[in-house]
Design a protein. Structure first.
Length: 205
């Protein structure tokens, strides 16, 4: 596929993701939906009530997810700051970064409503082991996209893996929505890198 065609498709699919995310936010699927707000803000759970074992477990899982979002935000920041990305690729990186910032805010809201303390982001992006390992090997825009793909696929898998671990089942749509966004990011990155959308390796031509 020609580079111009890839660029146009990059923007086109990126806009579809953004449009879908806006619709999901409106429907309450990504971030804190109406049911989650009701459940978290109701009389059964207030900051003055000590965390039970189940709630503490939910907070722990949410904080693991929050740390993933902090890492993703830092990674896209590093990628955008290299000067290697430009045009559609840079715009997409910034778009994905804004998605992760929204995910971060949603998770912070969940953790605080449960009476927990949100984990703080690292002061230096290189404090994240994945970023520290990747930076020395980033020489081209493709290297950045490959690194982003790895992080997005890992995050999507992590979100799917914890869905059944919450004691509050109303949190499942919240985390599922975030995980779906990560999977969308990964799918677009795979397309741009001309990889099979489902399997590892390049697309057979």
């Amino acid at each position: 596929m020609k580079e111009r065609d890839l660029t146009n498709k990059y923007l086109e699919v990126g806009e579809l993701i953004q449009r879908g995310r806006r619709a999901a936010l409106k429907a309450g699927v990504v971030g804190l939906g109406a049911s989650a707000f009701t459940m978290l803000g109701g009389s059964l759970l207030t900051p003055s009530i000590a965390l039970g074992a189940d709630k503490a477990g939910d907070v722990k899982i949410a904080n693991v997810a929050l740390n993933l979002e902090h890492q993703a935000i830092a990674a896209y920041g590093v990628g955008a700051g290299t000067g290697l990305l430009e045009g559609a690729a840079l715009a997409a990186a910034k778009l994905f970064m804004s998605h992760h910032e929204a995910h971060r805010d949603a998770l912070i809201g969940v953790i605080k409503k449960f009476g927990g303390t949100p984990v703080e982001p690292k002061q230096d992006p290189k404090e994240y082991e994945a970023i520290a390992k990747a930076v020395p090997n980033i020489k081209t825009a493709t290297d950045i996209l490959e690194f982003a793909l790895t992080l997005e696929e890992q995050a999507a898998g992590a979100y799917i893996g914890v869905l059944t671990s919450f004691s509050e089942k109303d949190l499942i749509p919240v985390l599922a929505g975030i995980g779906a966004a990560e999977a969308q990011h990964a799918a677009l990155l795979r397309f741009v890198l001309q990889k099979n959308p489902l399997l590892q390796g390049p697309v057979v031509k």
